[in-house]
Design a protein around this ligand. Structure first.
Ligand code: CTP
Ligand code: MG
Length: 399
């Protein structure tokens, strides 16, 4: 027979506040940090702490949402979950939670759902202190700022920082002491420790935790969201050797006989016969694209810019090269440099070579591009003036 342990501890998680200062358009505890709410995150810490009955004090009317979060966080211990509706003040909400604590419980912790990222160790420390014989315990952090007492803009005195501590939750109590203190309380206190102290009990401290900060303002919410955001893995561990650079080669040929004017090496050449092709027939640009894709191991121009990509029909070098550099970037490569040679009788490149290099380089995000041109002594299809050929070599490095 398995004996299910009965908790001696209850954690009251107060989550019934409206979150006025956050201004999230609904109850604060139900605002999302990532895929999960503030309440759900808070309960993750609670359930990872000591075995306890968990009393969630929900905004009135939203008990169902709170129960969903609580059951999810409880995993296999759904039997530990109690949900009740909260009251107008935080103190009313704690009182409502206290009414739902099981009879056998001896130690009660009260925790703000708004301290969503409180780690389980803090719950452990508080429970240990009460189990060790203290009546009331709260986690604190040292105050790091210098504190001044100020009266209408005038500094009255400095306050000795060593005597100050910032109070957090969960605050823990012997159950009978907390219940009696709540019964006799005749006004609102800033926290449960103050209420218990007013009833005549000594309150002790344990170490709090910076992660336990209370989500109060939109800036706090941003901080919490940044903390829970998944951490991007580093590109490569420090001890792996650097990825060597890679080279690729690309060639292209186009025949004269297209419509309009010639586009070659990213430039328009008025008065020159146009090349024929699916796009503008810019053999220089296409050779560069093939060289880059080959260097990065990403296939070839047909893989990425085939005839099934109508947006590239009629496109000029700029569009192809920009997209190619993007593809490389997505795969973790950066263009090192490119060298391309054109074989053609026409056009004459000498006067516009620098211009072509600047245009091609700009399209590749600034990587150097060298353009050279040659004729073939009247031989072959280029020598016969039937078309142009281009040959490119590219170097890429890991980004
Ligand atoms: N709380 C509660 N019932 C209330 C008021 C507050 O259960 N009537 C809870 C909040 O849900 C929160 C904790 O007490 O987890 C601390 O309160 P605070 O940070 O002030 O939250 P809100 O009252 O919701 O915020 P605000 O004061 O900006 O409206
Ligand atoms: Mg409040």
């Amino acid at each position: 027979m398995t004996i299910v342990p009965v908790p001696r501890v209850a954690v009251i998680v107060v989550a019934a506040g409206s979150g006025t200062r956050l201004g999230g358009g609904g109850p604060k505890a139900l605002v999302g940090l990532d895929a999960h709410t503030i309440l759900r995150h808070a309960l993750r810490g609670v359930f990872a702490g000591p075995l306890a009955q968990v009393v969630v004090v929900a905004p009135a009317g939203r008990e169902g949402d709170a129960l969903t979060d609580a059951l999810e966080a409880a995993g296999g211990r759904r039997d530990l979950v109690t949900v009740v509706a909260g009251g107008v003040s935080r103190q009313d909400s704690v009182a409502a939670g206290l009414n739902a604590v099981w009879p056998d419980v001896e130690i009660v912790l009260v925790h703000d759902a708004a301290r969503a990222l409180t780690p389980p160790e803090v719950f452990e420390r508080v429970v240990a202190a009460i189990a060790g014989g203290e009546d009331a315990v709260l986690p604190v952090l040292p105050v790091v700022d210098t504190i001044k007492r100020v009266r209408s803009r005038t500094v009255v005195t400095g306050v000795d920082r060593d005597e100050l501590a910032a109070a957090q939750t969960p605050q823990g109590f012997r159950r009978d002491i907390l219940e009696t203190a709540y019964r006799v309380a005749d006004r609102e206190y800033t926290d449960d420790a103050a209420l218990v102290q007013a009833a005549g009990h000594e309150v002790f401290t344990v170490a709090g935790d910076a992660r336990s900060f209370k989500i109060t303002t939109p800036a706090d919410l941003e901080r919490a969201r940044a903390t829970v955001a998944p951490i991007r893995p580093v590109a490569a561990p420090l001890d792996t050797p650097p990825v060597p650079p890679r080279v690729g080669v690309g060639t292209d040929v186009h025949a004269f006989g297209g419509d309009g004017t010639l586009w070659l090496a990213g430039l328009e050449w008025p008065g020159e016969p146009a090349l024929h092709g699916h796009s503008d027939g810019d053999a220089v640009a296409h050779a560069i694209v093939d060289a880059l894709l080959a260097a990065a191991g990403l296939g070839d121009i047909g893989t990425h810019f085939g005839v099934d990509r109508p947006e590239f029909a009629g496109a000029h070098a700029d569009a192809f090269l920009r997209r190619t550099a993007e593809l490389l970037g997505e795969a973790g490569w950066r263009v090192g440099n490119v060298s391309v040679q054109v074989q053609a009788n026409r056009p004459r490149f000498a006067a516009r070579r620098a211009e072509a290099e600047a245009v091609l380089s700009a399209a590749l995000g600034g990587a150097p591009v060298s353009v050279s041109a040659t004729t073939t002594d009247g031989l072959g299809f280029t020598g016969a003036g039937e078309g142009v050929a281009a040959f490119a070599v590219a170097l890429v490095t890991a980004s």
